[in-house]
Design a protein around this ligand. Structure first.
Ligand SMILES: Cc1ncc(C[n+]2csc(CCOP(=O)(O)OP(=O)(O)O)c2C)c(N)n1
Length: 1011
């Protein structure tokens, strides 16, 4: 064992810190814990100063400050043996301070310094590592940090005093406390015995504090002050009674459900009943500090209880969910009761303030809702101008296994401090029941705690024993104050247990026999706390029983009312209502879409701004000046390329008061360097200009933000942002379309199916760069086949055409999939997205080479008033003029059109081959395609795609063309062969494949021998 005393004897005090750093491993009991460097507590200057003081005092006690005089007088550590405390030091000194006396005094000073350094180290050891020995497990059998070792520098037994070079005889000596602790309360010096007692009280009882890794002294001091001051955990009788009442509700709610529906899954919170008072405390304290909108996300565990007792959803609405016979009032698949979201406005009883609360609907996929909650929170803050998060806040709940295991937790943490994504602090609550389904923590994570992921963002982590309700409530108060003070994330780790199996019909003894033997013996937290309060005289047994009876009665009455319900009102479970957007019945206000074209002067104006630097003194890059000049030239000629079309769509919506937000990796410039929405001054660092925000005097704001390198997190976030308001165009762009697959869960569980499950519209737009351009397997395909496969349209049903067919189709679909081949169509589809009277996710397979393709330009004529989105672009050339001569009718989508058109010209086959572009893939434009099929009666029908046969669009269009031709004609396939990878990595192979597609397309006999 290394003794501090041993090296302190040799010390130059200023070297101690260096020594400690070089030997960090000696100072830590967990590999991740490095010696903290944020506070220069081992400061050599202090000891020099102390030494000077001491010599001065020896000569003349009055020459030093009174406090030093008292200190040196009281400290027998410095007095030579036998003289301590026997009067003035001067009197006790030999007549003259000879060299022996000076040496003695010097030795005493050294001891004094060593002891004080030891005390400092001791205090810091508790602050850093005290949580490792805190009594966090209510069962008393597991170590919350998965390690039963006691750090060598924590004094759990007196023999450890030696580690610091201290002895039992030092216990009653009084030591001056450093400024980095508050254990003294009003006292600046206390005995070693008391120091140890107070440190153990603060750091090693039912609260385990992890915060010393935070690299901000003020924040560390703040936390120390909140927890170290003696007797800080003090509750009035009123507060204790309120806490008990909340525990009664939490506990009795679960018992009520268990009685009424004994074999139903409900993922009860038994074993962590304290969750309800904990959340209510966080909310109460936050509201008292100004918050009036709380947005929550949580998993299955305890969700019904949170709905009932935190959000205060009508109990009968919850109980109705248990009745399998009730039919839903709305269309859609619905969802199981412990996934549904809810929005509620009510008065908070503790503060008497009006508050909105929502719990965001979520899928089974644990933690996937986290970024969605953050996006929604950010949006609500944004629209209210709540730039510091003082009004709107989010709370995220987690299970211990999921928090540690799911990568989305990490991705979401990394959004927490990014300017365009921060929600100014989230309070995380982990229901750490020390098990994940049947898996022990030791098999579920490699980190000591399930919460270690939060350390990356310097969030303090408060572990607390769930069976100590007052400790939990105190921690929750501090967490809410922390968020309000620093606007940073904080984690509360509620260490608890799970009273039953994973769900109520599961047998936990199969896999955790010993743990569950202990759990069966466990007295409920309600009973324990009630007994304590009764013994303290805070309330009587009778009052306690009345509290229980009252709540039971509330549940019974709601249960009777629930039996009278005839229908399940799914709309009751909407987490994000859009007041005024729909009719009172929740229907769209019309079934039409206003025209999307614009007057020329608006196009001109936007074009002009897009070609300029609309602020003074901003020197942009020469290459960019060239691009802007090119734009100006196009505007003069009244044509647009892809980037300009996008500018015009966004800019015109901003004029109409629609907020536009574009987020994703490198979107500001654009991955393909075509967009340039943020101009960077080449002379002044970080000086930028966003011309889109200089378009109109009272325009809506435009947000364009490069995101962190995350798809799951950022797409989820933008989906949440889009959830908050229908009056915003929220776009997420993937760097390349195929990267969306790391966000597959958001696509499957939210974007494609969200409305069906949760009757919630969402108008998010996905921009997915797509196209086979010889860039290899990973930069070619946005996997349109996957989106098409998840379209809810029936391929075999011949549709009924009505006047509103186009809009009705859009209304009925789960999402809209387009692959535009012209800038004008891109412009129209973006505008249509907002002008529609309802919201649907829009997936756009966007081009890469077309961004600069000379043919892929659109004249203003295709964008002016009266023009609109073209679901298909028919052939308008020679083929269309003499349709009876057409031998081949090629349908295609996207950039392959330009390759086909060029090849047709090269081969001079404009009369024999017609090419029709499908711009909207889903909903399938049955009506328009039927007309085109009828126009070319003798033509062979081809579907041509550049993707492999098992990918792209073929499997989607084939049955639909069959339905259209009433099963009389089949559609022939031209494209790449089936393959495992989406594209070849070899450029020559790529070109050969493309050539083959062209040859096939213009070979009129290609399918002659095929029946
Ligand atoms: C992404 C994901 N993977 C797997 C599951 C299946 N599953 C449901 S609950 C659960 C255990 C969760 O444990 P924990 O996070 O500790 O929460 P607890 O159920 O203990 O409250 C698992 C594996 C899931 N729902 N989501």
């Amino acid at each position: 064992m290394i003794h501090l005393r041993a090296f302190a004897a040799k010390f130059k005090p200023q070297n101690i810190k260096r020594f400690a750093q070089n030997n960090a491993v000696l100072f830590q009991s967990r590999l991740y814990t490095v010696l903290e460097t944020s506070e220069p507590s081992l400061n050599g200057n202090n000891s020099n100063y102390l030494e000077e003081m001491y010599y001065a005092w020896l000569k003349n006690p009055k020459s030093v400050h009174k406090s030093w005089d008292t200190f040196f007088q009281n400290s027998d550590t410095i007095a030579p043996a036998g003289l301590a405390g026997t009067g003035s030091p001067i009197e006790n000194l030999p007549p003259s301070v000879d060299s022996r006396g000076t040496m003695q005094a010097s030795a005493n000073v050294e001891k004094l310094i060593e002891d004080h350094l030891a005390i400092q180290s001791l205090i810091r050891a508790y602050q850093i590592r005290g949580h490792h020995v805190a009594q966090l497990d209510p069962l008393g059998i597991l170590d919350a940090d998965l390690d039963s070792c006691v750090p060598v520098d924590l004094l759990t037994s007196m023999d450890k005093l030696g580690f610091y070079g201290l002895h039992e005889s030092d216990l009653d000596k009084v030591f001056r406390l450093p400024t980095t602790t508050f254990i003294g309360g009003n006292e600046t010096a206390i005995s070693l015995r008391e120091i140890i007692r107070r440190l153990e009280e603060t750091y090693c009882r039912h609260i385990g504090l992890e915060f010393m890794f935070i690299n901000d002294v003020e924040q560390c001091q703040w936390i120390r002050q909140k927890f170290e001051i003696p007797n800080i955990l003090h509750f009035t009788n009123k507060e204790k009674r309120r806490l008990l009442a909340r525990l009664v509700r939490s506990t009795r709610f679960e018992e009520f459900l268990a009685r009424k529906w004994s074999s139903e899954k409900r993922f009860g919170v038994e074993g962590c009943e304290v969750l309800i008072p904990a959340l209510k405390t966080i909310i109460d304290v936050s509201i008292s500090m100004g918050v009036d909108n709380v947005i929550m996300g949580m998993p299955h565990r305890g969700r019904l209880n949170v709905l009932a007792n935190v959000i205060r959803k009508d109990l009968e609405q919850i109980f109705c969910q248990f009745d399998p016979k009730l039919e839903a009032s709305e269309e859609g698949s619905g969802d199981v009761k412990y996934h549904l979201g809810v929005y509620q406005e009510r008065v908070n009883r503790t503060t008497n303030k009006q508050v909105s609360m929502s719990l965001v609907a979520n899928p089974s996929h644990l933690e996937a809702v986290n970024p969605v909650v953050q996006g929604k929170t950010k949006a609500e803050q944004f629209y209210r101008g709540d730039t510091k998060g003082k009004k709107v806040m989010s709370i995220l709940l987690h299970g211990d296994a999921a928090f540690a295991g799911q990568g989305i937790v990490y991705e979401t943490f990394h959004l927490s401090d990014l300017p365009s994504y921060t929600t100014h602090g989230t309070i995380h609550v982990v229901v750490n029941n020390q098990i994940g389904f049947t898996t022990d923590p030791r098999m579920a994570r490699s980190s000591p705690y399930p919460t270690d992921v939060a350390r990356v963002v310097n969030a303090p982590i408060f572990h607390v024993n769930g069976d100590d309700p007052e400790a939990v409530i105190y921690v929750c108060q501090v967490a809410a104050e922390w968020r309000n003070t620093f606007n940073k994330d904080v984690v509360i780790d509620l260490v608890c247990y799970r009273k039953r199996g994973h769900n109520e019909v599961d047998e936990p003894m199969f896999t955790q026999p010993l743990m569950y033997k202990q759990i069966h013996k466990q007295v409920s937290v309600l009973k324990k706390y009630a007994d304590t309060l009764i013994s303290e005289g805070v309330l009587t047994q009778q009052e306690f029983e009345e509290e229980i009876a009252n709540y039971d009665r509330i549940c019974e009455e709601a249960y009777s009312r629930a039996k009278d319900e005839k229908i399940l009102q799914i709309k009751e479970w909407l987490d994000s209502p859009w007041p005024g957007f729909f009719t009172l019945n929740g229907e769209p206000k019309s079934m039409t879409c206003p025209p999307t074209g614009l007057p020329v002067d608006i196009l001109q104006h936007i074009g002009k701004v897009a070609s300029s630097v609309p602020v003074e003194n901003c020197t942009i890059h020469g290459g960019l000046s060239r691009i802007l000049r090119g734009r100006a030239g196009m505007i003069k000629d009244q044509i647009v390329d892809w980037a300009l079309a996008e500018y015009m769509a966004f800019g015109s919506l901003l004029k109409e008061g629609i907020h536009v937000r574009l987020s994703g990796q490198d979107v500001e410039r654009g991955t393909f360097s075509h967009r340039h929405h943020v101009l960077h001054d080449q002379e002044v660092d970080k000086k930028t200009c966003v011309p889109m925000n200089h378009l109109w005097p009272n325009q809506a704001p435009y947000t364009v933000c490069n995101s962190s390198l995350s798809e799951f997190g950022v797409l989820g976030f933008e989906l949440g942002f889009a959830m908050a308001s229908p009056n915003a165009l929220v776009c997420w762009e993937a760097q390349f379309g195929d990267f969306h697959n790391t966000a597959q869960c958001i696509l499957d569980q939210f974007v494609s199916s969200g409305q069906a499950k949760w009757v919630r519209n969402n108008g998010i737009v996905l921009l997915l760069p797509h196209g086979m351009e010889g860039m290899g397997p990973e930069h070619s395909s946005a996997r349109p086949e996957r989106f098409l496969q998840m379209s809810n349209e029936n391929s075999d049903v011949y549709p009924r055409y009505t006047e509103d067919f186009e809009v009705k189709q859009l209304f009925d679909c789960n999402w809209i999939l387009v692959n535009c081949s012209t800038p004008a169509n891109y412009f129209h589809v973006l505008r249509r997205q907002i002008l529609l009277p309802f919201r649907k996710p829009l997936i756009i397979f966007t081009p890469k080479s077309l961004l600069r393709h000379p043919e892929a330009k659109s004249p203003f004529d295709e964008m002016v008033t009266g023009t609109t989105f073209q679901r298909i672009i028919p052939d308008t050339g020679l083929a269309a003029q003499n349709p009876n001569d057409v031998k081949k009718l090629i349908f295609c989508t996207g950039k392959v059109y330009y390759e086909l058109a060029k090849e047709r010209t090269n081969r001079n086959m404009q009369s024999e081959v017609a090419i029709i572009r499908m711009e909207q893939l889903s909903p399938f434009p049955f009506d328009l395609l039927e007309k085109e099929l009828g126009r070319y009666p003798d033509a062979e029908i081809i579907w041509c795609q550049e993707e492999h046969k098992n990918m792209g669009y073929y499997d989607y269009v084939k049955p639909r063309f069959k339905t259209l031709s009433q099963y009389e004609k089949s559609v022939r396939y031209i494209g790449r062969e089936p393959a495992a990878a989406p594209a070849t990595g070899n450029k020559n192979t790529h070109l050969a494949e493309l050539q083959h597609i062209m040859d096939q397309s213009f070979n009129l006999k290609a399918f002659r021998d095929v029946c």
